[in-house]
Write a protein that binds this ligand. Structure first.
Ligand SMILES: O=C(O)CCC(=O)C(=O)O
Length: 299
């Protein structure tokens, strides 16, 4: 669906001005749309998953583990395929309230793509370098949106997401090295051409919703605070968007229609998209492992 068609349908959860801001800037942060009860439930699930990660010594299908990890001091960087790891995470993202928000941004027919729960722990200096999402999981159009929910208060010290407003209308950059290896980030040379005056730090209290279009350049800095920063990220698209390469981290629900009807026609956006590696062949860890091998600095 095209933005103008999506915007003609009545809003379910978001304000019309938030929806318009999303299509104008490729990003919007909204406070107050995640129910307090759900927030508490998600926070409890997050704590449970961190505790559970303490039982593993190295990364698994579910847990992306960082350096210094132990049962006593877990260093869980990412809960992978999050909706497969705890029923509440699917209840929230699939048949639950988040799909209504997705419908406000992708149209009434909503397809679920993927989910992860990212953490930034104090003291590790982990940054997520500048990247766009769609080069990792290309679709036939650019409707995919990542809906992030901060599970803790996120101020400037906590490693907030930062997005370049308007970059969704610009170029899609290569995230691959010249030898075809996945870098997972945009080069410094490409970033030199980006207007950093448009960088927008996405701070907010726990429960803040952050919507980032799949073409929008974004990154996040180190967590310099004393508390962890858990961030739940779910990806949706219009039903008429079809992935044309395997997903890096598929879930049991990837491709499922969570609102409305399956598409009878695919929507093909003519703007080209770089081809990622075939994840079914090369495997995918997480953005942290992919970017760790990259020399390009984010910020
Ligand atoms: O967790 C973060 O700060 C950034 C996450 C992100 O952009 C991603 O995983 O693609």
């Amino acid at each position: 669906m095209l933005p103008e068609d999506i915007l003609t349908a009545s809003a379910r959860v978001l304000n019309q001005s938030d929806r318009e801001a999303y299509f104008r800037d490729g990003v919007v942060a909204v406070d107050g749309v995640i129910d307090e009860g759900w927030l508490a439930r998600l926070q409890a699930v997050s704590e449970e998953m961190v505790a559970r990660s303490g039982a593993v010594a190295q990364s698994t299908e579910a847990f992306d583990i960082g350096p210094g990890h132990s049962a006593r001091v877990p260093h869980l960087r990412r809960l992978r395929a999050a909706v497969d790891q705890h029923p509440d995470l699917w209840t929230f993202a699939g048949p639950g309230p988040l799909a209504d928000i997705a419908a406000d941004l992708v149209g009434p027919d909503v397809k679920f793509h993927s989910a992860k729960l990212n953490y930034k722990w104090p003291g590790y200096g982990e940054v997520v370098k500048w990247h766009q999402d769609i080069p990792a999981w290309p679709h036939t159009n650019y409707s995919p949106v990542t809906l992030g929910v901060y599970l803790s208060d996120v101020g400037p010290e906590d490693g907030p997401l930062v997005a370049i407003a308007g970059s969704h209308e610009g170029e899609l950059f290569s995230h691959t090295d010249t030898d075809g290896g996945w870098r997972g980030s945009v080069t410094e040379a490409d970033m030199a051409g980006v207007d950093m005056d448009c960088a927008r730090p996405l701070t907010g209290r726990a429960g803040t919703l952050v919507a980032i279009n799949c073409r929008t350049l974004h990154a996040s800095g180190a967590n310099d605070s004393a508390r962890p920063r858990p961030l739940l990220l779910n990806v949706y698209s219009s039903a008429d968007a079809f992935a044309w390469m395997p997903a890096p981290t598929p879930t049991r629900h990837t491709g499922e229609i969570v609102r409305g009807e399956p598409a009878r026609l695919a929507h093909l956006d003519p703007r080209p998209c770089p081809v990622p590696p075939n994840w079914d062949e090369v495997g995918y860890g997480s953005i942290f492992t992919a970017q760790a091998t990259s020399p390009a600095a984010a910020e």
